[in-house]
Design a protein around this ligand. Structure first.
Ligand SMILES: Cc1cc2nc3c(=O)[nH]c(=O)nc-3n(C[C@H](O)[C@H](O)[C@H](O)COP(=O)(O)OP(=O)(O)OC[C@H]3O[C@@H](n4cnc5c(N)ncnc54)[C@H](O)[C@@H]3O)c2cc1C
Length: 381
């Protein structure tokens, strides 16, 4: 039976996150980082010390052996304070850690998981190419076998945090002539490997998460860089998709709740026509709809987390939670901007940052259209 009660231990952990974020990355620091386009990498060791990266990993690898319900709660709480904190957490645990756990070699796990758990390793996922966005199976970047390893050639684009990453998880075609999901392999590539070049891309939001276009020119990696089975890379990636969809959902919900709370406080204070604007029914109804959508998205995420934790199938629920949460985040920030009007439009407001950032969530990591396609397919259409 689904139980939404948050265990005492998890409540204490969430309180510790509140204290850590208030101390290490308060709202002023987030505003400043956004303005300066800086990534708060320094949060990683603090998260490590709180044990956040250890949550879903088995004790044999230095983890806490807890389940995905706790990961989702932590992700949402970090996002409430700063979307970028949740992004760094999600990338480390999901793209990095769960990929290693699910299909990394024992040597890769031994080498990286303990460091990852301490918050000492930075990951970036390099999947997208200019012709392969939503259609990820259209990738052409290749890796060819040599006597002792592989040589990677090609380009990747829009790769978040790539320049500062220690490792790039790179999807490459390893079977020449193969098409779609077949013949793709995943590689764990040291960022410093010769032949890798990067150019930064300018964009609308997510200033704390720089985006990079990457060139791989005869990049030589050892045989140990291969993650999982050669040619099965897509299958491997698909086996971790529900983790990243849950992560995106939690991140969007945490920020969406923050937007609602900001707007409630503003509506109580802002006076027009001699009354707080929150006393106008038009504003009340907008805010009621905002909170309603956040609560519904959160329920969808709680169900998904429970399914993941109990190892039940969750393709539809993962698509549903990601879709509901990310569209909710856009809905609440759009309405938040309307209610805050000029105060929201000012670069000093937190609402404008969240409104700009919300744009990405409905097309990154599987667009809303793709999630609807998946749900329809699960319904037999
Ligand atoms: C800020 C930012 C950060 C990113 N970070 C990363 C990263 O770290 N690593 C990484 O690998 N990639 C990253 N990406 C890339 C991101 O995953 C892609 O942008 C995303 O997959 C969409 O691809 P696209 O932009 O090429 O859009 P397209 O695939 O060209 O899609 C355009 C539109 O067509 C729709 N569409 C496409 N196919 C279908 C279909 N079959 N049915 C219905 N509608 C369809 C889409 O939903 C969308 O609305 C990032 C992108 C941005 C902007």
């Amino acid at each position: 039976m689904i139980d939404f009660e948050i265990p005492e231990e998890d409540r204490a952990l969430l309180d510790s996150i509140d204290r850590m974020m208030a101390r290490e990355f308060p709202p002023e620091a987030l505003r400043e980082a956004d303005e300066r386009h800086e990534t708060p990498w320094r949060l990683l060791p603090f998260m490590g010390r709180l044990g956040l990266f250890a949550i879903p990993f088995p004790e044999e690898w230095g983890g806490l052996g807890k389940d995905w319900r706790t990961v989702a709660l932590v992700n949402e709480r970090l996002a409430y304070h700063a979307g970028i904190a949740a992004t760094l957490f999600g990338t480390t645990v999901g793209f990095g850690g769960m990929s290693l756990l699910k299909y990394g070699t024992d040597e890769q796990k031994r080498d990286l998981l303990p460091r990852l758990i301490r918050g000492e390793v930075r990951f970036a996922l390099a999947l997208t190419e200019s012709q392969a966005g939503t259609d990820a199976g259209a990738i052409i970047a290749s890796a060819r076998r040599t006597g002792s390893g592989w040589v990677i050639n090609g380009r990747k684009t829009w790769i978040s945090n790539a320049d500062a990453a220690d490792y790039l998880v790179v999807a490459c075609r390893t079977e020449p002539g193969s098409k779609g999901a077949k013949g793709v392999s995943m590689f764990l590539v040291d960022r410093g490997t010769p032949g890798i070049s990067m150019t930064q891309l300018a964009k609308v939001g997510h200033n704390c998460m720089p985006s990079w276009d990457i060139g791989f020119d005869e990049v030589e990696v050892s045989g140990k860089a291969l993650m999982g089975v050669a040619g099965e890379g897509f299958k491997h990636t698909m086996s971790t998709l529900h983790y990243s969809r849950a992560g995106q959902a939690a991140n969007a919900i945490g920020q969406a709740q923050k937007a609602v709370d900001l707007v409630v406080a503003y509506a109580k204070e802002r006076m027009q026509f001699g009354k707080p604007i929150g006393s106008f029914q038009a504003i009340q109804h907008k805010i009621a709809d905002m909170q309603l959508r956040v609560n519904l998205a959160r329920l969808a995420l709680r169900e998904l987390s429970w399914l993941i934790a109990t190892e039940r199938p969750c393709r539809l629920e993962a698509a549903q939670a990601k879709l509901a949460a990310t569209e909710t985040f856009q809905f609440v920030t759009r309405n938040g901007m309307q209610i805050m009007a000029s105060a929201g439009y000012s670069m000093e407001s937190d609402m404008q940052r969240m409104w700009r950032d919300a744009g990405l969530y409905t097309f990154g990591e599987g667009s809303s259209e793709l999630q609807r396609n998946l749900i329809a397919r699960e319904l037999g259409l």
